[in-house]
Design a protein around this ligand. Sequence first.
Ligand SMILES: Cc1cc2nc3c(=O)[nH]c(=O)nc-3n(C[C@H](O)[C@H](O)[C@H](O)COP(=O)(O)OP(=O)(O)OC[C@H]3O[C@@H](n4cnc5c(N)ncnc54)[C@H](O)[C@@H]3O)c2cc1C
Length: 402
Amino acid sequence: MRNPGYDCAAVLQTWSNWSGRVKCEPWEIARPASERAIAETVREAATAGRTARVAGSGHSFTALVATSGTLLSLDDWHGIEEIDATHDRATVRAGSKIASLGDPLRVHGMGLANQGDVDVQAIAGALSTGTHGTGATLGSLSSQIRALRIVTADGEVVRCDAEHDPDLLEAARVSLGALGVLSAATLQLVPAYRLHERVWKTGIEECLAELASRVARHRHFEFFWYPHRDYAEMKALDPTDAAPDPLESHKGERIDWSDRIFPSVRDLRFNEMEYSVPAASGPACFTAVRTRMQEKHPDVVWPVEYRTVAADPGWLSPMHGRDTVAISIHQDAKLPCDDFFADVEPIFREHGGRPHWGKIHNLRARELAPLYPMWERFLDVRKRLDPRGVFLNDHLRELFGL
Ligand SMILES: Cc1cc2nc3c(=O)[nH]c(=O)nc-3n(C[C@H](O)[C@H](O)[C@H](O)COP(=O)(O)OP(=O)(O)OC[C@H]3O[C@@H](n4cnc5c(N)ncnc54)[C@H](O)[C@@H]3O)c2cc1C
């Protein structure tokens, strides 16, 4: 073992994802604390004929991270490297947890334009799978990338932005760790803002009747449908200049800085499948999922989540080139989920869905390639950067058909 201290996993030299579904026994778990150390680690692994994968916070449900080779954790490579106040941009180290960025960015009067449901992910892990929040005008986190530094398979550091190697930029926005180790990302931010959160419950029919107008009216809107009671919990977030009012929180309303409003606490472990369907197909797809669950899976009590995301530039983003509705189904991590998920998946596919890379799905290269117009271009970039497949694992080989 090269470097003890990788949480408890290093003791047994095993690694597990958050839900416990994916486990692996890496040859080593390395914890480089500089870009040079990242490069050395990769070079050593490649020279020794080992493959290398990077773990963020292990919050993906699929076997993206699993490796029997070198596993890199960038937990010691974090923080803000550079602030560009003129353009509201910051360059952040890849291992930075999203939660750690809120305060320092706010000190500089900036914040992320949007965030997902939790903020415990490493920024590079979130970017690499197309992690998104909700908001019809807002793309995934990857859409905010303006430049990247990547450690390639031979231990070189390459930079890309819109002027320098734009193909690499578009391929690397969402790249599943298949191109190299992201070392730093320059992100487009927005001026720091407060959000007014409102959460309330309503019958599902009423929720669906109001859906289009709420999606259009609120900067962020989503709902969870609870199958057993057949009601929806709706959440709307809108910018406000009002000051935080802690007394309001018990009424299902609160006001605070955006980075404090976005994240939820998810204590109960679950597994999840999510597909992104064209925005116009969202309501019909949700209705079909609801019917399938009511008819065939009445035992499932975990809710279905419905969110909107704007079209993304990243070649492998599930939101690439089209405004999207993202629909997620969940099951308790202690209960079997495969049959349930496999039974709902065809509905997502009938509606033109693309799976979330970090969430459970059963698609492989043959099914994935036709969903992504830039698929072959991505594979070309991957081959250019990593011809020997240092960054491939079994899961990626299946996804890419290699
Ligand atoms: C409770 C929970 C809530 C979630 N909420 C949302 C949500 O709201 N929206 C959403 O879209 N998704 C959500 N997800 C999914 C999650 O955001 C993604 O799976 C995300 O990729 C996890 O980030 P991570 O840091 O844990 O990365 P990991 O799962 O550890 O890794 C993900 C991928 O990134 C790669 N990677 C990590 N770091 C680097 C690096 N430095 N260089 C190159 N590749 C790297 C890994 O190799 C892997 O391929 C949620 C998951 C959970 C468990």
